[in-house]
Design a protein. Sequence first.
Lengths: 325, 286, 309
Amino acid sequence: MSALLQAKGLIQQYSTAKTFLGKTSTMRAVDGINLTVREGEILGIVGESGSGKSTLGRLLLGLESPFKGKILYRGHPMPEPRTAAWRKLRAEMQLIFQDPLSALDRRLTVSAQIGEPLEIHGLAAGSERAERVAELIAKVGLRQDQAGSYPHELSGGQRQRVVIARALASNPRFLVCDEPVSALDVSIQAQVVNLLRDLQDREGLTMVFISHDLKVVRNICDRVAVMYLGRIVEEASSDALFSDPRHPYTRALVSSVPKIGAGLHGRIILQGEPPNPAARPSGCAFHPRCRFADADCAATIPELERHDGRLAACRKLRHTLRPAA
Amino acid sequence: MSDTATIPAPRFISRIRLKAPFLVMLAISWLGLMIFVAIFVDLLRPYDITAMDLGARLVSVGAPGHPLGTDELGRDVFSRLLQSIRVSLVIAFCATIISALFGTTLGFLAAQFRGWVEHLVVALADFQAALPFMIMSLAVLAFFGTSIWLLVCLMGFYGWERYARIARGLAISASAQGYAAAVVQLGARPSRVYLRHILPNVASTLIVSMTLTFPEIILMESGLSFLGLGVQPPESSLGNMVGFGREYLTRAPWIMLAPSLVIVLTTLSISLLGDWLRDRLDPTTR
Amino acid sequence: MLKFTLAKLARALLTILLVMSFAFIVLRLSGDPAQIMLGPDAPQDAVDAFRARWGLDDPLWQQYLAYLKQIMTFDFGISMRDQSPAIDLVLDRIPATLALTIPALLLKIAIGIPAGIYAALHRESIADRGVIMFAIFGFTIPSFVLGLVLVLIFAVTLGWLPAGGQDGWEYAILPIATMSIGGIGIFARFTRSAMIEVLGQPYIRTAMAKGLPWREVVWKHALPNAAVPIVTLLGFMVGALIAGAVVVESIFSWPGIGRLIVVSVANRDLAVVQCILLVIAASMVMANLLVDFAYGVLDPRLRHGHAAH
């Protein structure tokens, strides 16, 4: 599979707490990420809140420009946000939001919103547009009589279907789903996840699926990258990652997914403070919460290295695996 | 955007409305009557506003042919009152529209470009807050002389910062997390985002603000005209009728009382209506 | 606190600079300043002298700097009507205006705030309704109508008070009443809603649940918190008072700044208008600074600029 999108050395930082005389402190949301998204795959990005996964998603879409590093889409650099070239490229890449109600304009009907990308990119007008909208409505499993409804008249799941239909209107090749189901009822989540999976199959879409919910990620993704405080700590195929996690953080995450019949036995409970990007620990950012950490871990930042057909960033892993390899 | 914000809208009337909603109906009827007068004044008024009848000077209220009496030159007060309603309403209406357009545009520009554009808008609002609008208007009239169009444009600068603040605030919140951000990432140009999405969403709030600005502009214009610096004779407005009527306060108080009553009833009606609209259309506004 | 003060001062200075620039720009836009400042009948040598003195043949930015320098040294030009320095004319009139505005402001505070507190503590009572009705009048009746009606009743019909002029304390009663009546209503209504909002807060319920006497809850917990929005209103009131003085002084022929500006505008005596403009802007900015510092005292959160959450 060829690379659709490549991120090289991505760093994104924001300034926080502006004081009067211009003293600003910076916060790194994304701290040196190299990542390749292959054509036709679903890549999962998981991590706790504050891990920078949403920022990474926005960077991959080119919605904001990185502080350092670059993004190549089909081998070409991503244009600057809000330029004409950037706007044109929006037809090929779309975002699906966490909260569908706030992503929709509450004063426009469902069909007006689904058809909007067609107008913006001049793809269809008149009866052709109406046909295309009807087709999209059917594709995401909404009823045709809901075309004239307003967002507040729909349920959460139906709204998310509208957002998905709108995102598909311009026939995009690349979709970033940022926590697309976490605002939905659990009973609806599976339906929407299945819809996304089906669409990806049928249309051959490339998808980045951002979530903190490992069950969903395991269900849908081909490959998974685990993020902790702005860096990828482990990247592997979905099967490998969930059956045999290597990084101590991934192990803790995977062990926290409840298994039928297993009870709470074997769960790894993480100690210490949850990650805070404004106060980043030295060395390996995970070391204050890690069972295996030693003085070395607090001093040096581990690189993402290849172990058994996967990538992981842990010094302990290298030491323990090297003799065995 | 400025810590010297406008005084929060008076909401006292809402309590009365709950007790007597027919007051709102009365207010609407009165405003309807005023608009009717403003449109059809040429058909309604019995005399020309400059028609003098020196034989019938300062005729009292209720005299035959002169329901509101006559003034010092024997001109019919009723006819002049009707004409003044038109002039005052037209000035206030145009000025309210100008102020809303100007303020909303500046607010959107501040939201779209942030940075120095935003600072500039804030500095302008600060400047306006540093001078009572009355004083600023007097200064401009002193430098440029008085004309009706200058007056309309001047009044059009009244209250723009209220719209700017609302438009900017709502546009920023819509762009940060919401439908505007969603449409931007679909590839829409800013003009589409603002005109097709943000503007319809903030329109009701802006209209409610207009019901606040409108009576204030009527008061401001009539104040200036009262001082003899607004609408100039032979044209007549409510304020300038009061101003000229003041000379005959002892002998012919009706010349001054009739337009005063119209001013008070009109501003009261719009405030009532605005308060009611605020509760109906936009429970979140203040 | 120092940063907070500096930021406020910088903003105040910027605002004054903006007002000065406004006067400069408007003056330039309105035509040849020499003709305007000296009047159409001015002799040619006077015009030339004026042009030389104000450097009207220099590039515009130099003129602007010269203008700012002139203002800094309190040189506002000569009144073309009285041929005396504009600043002297204005300073002469200030005491008369203060003699109206200060009592009016004190009355607004002394009557409006207690009435608002009383109304808030006795909601739905007759007194409360009265306060609301009074506030409606305050908001909708323009001061020129109110002033004339007062004259009609107390001077023309009853003959108790003089209708205009300045010959003793009884001459000030009607002007002060006109200026304060509307404001009293607005103050009372605003205080009332600020108090009602504070009384609905959880900390008030907590204080009452602790068993504190009602009187103490009101005085120690509710009032200090309601004071912040009331102080904001006080800042606006200064502007409203000045605007009100223009109308009221004209109605009652009171020789203050308000009347001076109206007369000067009618005569296009630009030096005086410009001088009044700057004096008023300076006092407004000062009033706003005072209000800002009052916030600092009343609300400890605002003392540390950004630390508020």
